[in-house]
Design a protein around this ligand. Structure first.
Ligand SMILES: Nc1ncnc2c1ncn2[C@@H]1O[C@H](COP(=O)(O)OP(=O)(O)OP(=O)(O)O)[C@@H](O)[C@H]1O
Ligand SMILES: [Mg+2]
Length: 329
């Protein structure tokens, strides 16, 4: 077996590992892997109890590295995330004490419960991959992925994420309830897990990870080297440019738009579509890969005017309209 195949097989094993434990949420599982392989961060929106926390935890168990959860609350401070300099009276010096962002997988749970300053500290760290305190910058780990969750049900006492910084997330996904059959499997799995926990007490050994970090970096390299034809590349560009100048396709679309995607949207669409194609077992990117990830890549990067909401136009509808009009190569 050549190395390219074995790298892909090891990622497929990781996907199976996660999918066996997160039942009936195929989209979430697939997007977790897309984000991991595209070196991006994920914003997940969904009702309570849909296994958001469990999903990132399971991914953390599947790969070599450490996992940390931060519950966002109104009294959280930026330094609670980044860390602080601690004064040492012995010699009058300062030493940096790393905050919870210095982990490989970070779950930023209920990110809209903390005020803007804290959210900005998170979003900055996500984009810069380092934390600057005073004049010193501390690099975050080479494998660094944030999954932030947002609960759409509660609006009271929450702080909407700053729209202009949301594009630091590679993907923004929405998840819904599992179907009847999946829910039954969840029930049976939970019973089995609870029984195993009762039997073994606290001493259950942590399962060894399915994949080491070197495997993830090798997969990322393979994905970056994948072939994309010029036609597909032009189609990618056209999708992003259409989010800025939708009048080209229809005057209605233009009247709803406030802001479209930045160059960061172009880069995100490229990397997400590549990872998506690679996970399908392909070695080239097809137009359908771009279409498949377009909503999750663009939904939080398109800012519509108030009139759009009044006309019942959401970013998803807007993206549908664009994709329906742009010629597919
Ligand atoms: N698809 C699923 N597969 C396996 N277990 C699930 C699934 N959905 C829910 N569960 C189980 O339901 C419980 C709730 O999951 P979890 O705590 O991850 O939800 P959450 O989305 O993080 O909720 P909240 O928004 O309240 O934090 C867990 O015990 C989890 O094991
Ligand atoms: Mg949770």
């Amino acid at each position: 077996m050549d190395t390219a195949t074995s790298i892909r097989d090891s990622i497929f094993r990781l996907r199976d590992f996660v999918a066996e434990r997160i039942i009936g949420q195929d989209h979430l599982v697939e997007r977790l892997l897309v984000a991991l392989l595209a070196d991006g961060h994920l914003l997940v929106e969904g009702a309570p109890g849909l296994a958001k926390t469990r999903a990132i935890k399971v991914l953390g168990e599947g790969i070599e590295g450490d996992f940390h959860r931060v519950q966002f609350t109104p009294d959280l401070l930026p330094a609670d995330l980044t860390g602080t300099e601690i004064y040492r009276p012995q010699d009058g010096s300062f030493t940096f004490q790393q905050g919870p962002l210095f982990h490989n997988l970070v779950l930023a749970d209920e990110v809209n419960r903390a005020p803007a300053k804290v959210q900005s500290a998170l979003l900055e760290a996500m984009a810069e991959r380092q934390i600057t305190i005073g004049r010193v910058s501390y690099p975050l780990p080479a494998l660094f992925m944030v999954m932030a969750t947002q609960n759409p049900l509660e609006q009271e006492g929450t702080y909407p994420l700053p729209e202009a910084q949301l594009d630091r997330f590679l993907l923004h996904i929405n998840i819904g309830y599992p179907d009847h059959a999946a829910e039954k499997r969840i029930l049976h799995l939970a019973r089995k897990e609870a029984a195993a926990e009762e039997a073994s007490g606290e001493t259950a050994p942590a399962p060894s990870p399915v994949l080491d970090q070197a495997g993830i970096f090798a997969a990322r390299r393979a994905i970056l080297e994948m072939y994309m034809s010029e036609d597909v590349e032009n189609y990618l560009m056209e999708i992003v440019f259409a989010t800025r100048d939708p009048e080209v396709y229809s005057p209605d679309l233009g009247s709803w738009l406030a802001y479209g995607g930045s160059p960061r949207a172009t880069l995100a669409l490229d990397r997400a579509a590549r990872a998506h194609a690679w996970l399908r077992g392909e070695d080239f990117v097809a137009p359908s890969d771009l279409q498949d990830v377009a909503h999750d890549v663009l939904r939080h990067r398109i800012i519509l005017k108030y009139e759009a909401a009044a006309d019942g136009i959401t970013p998803d509808r807007f993206i549908d309209e664009l994709l329906g009009r742009i010629p597919v190569p």
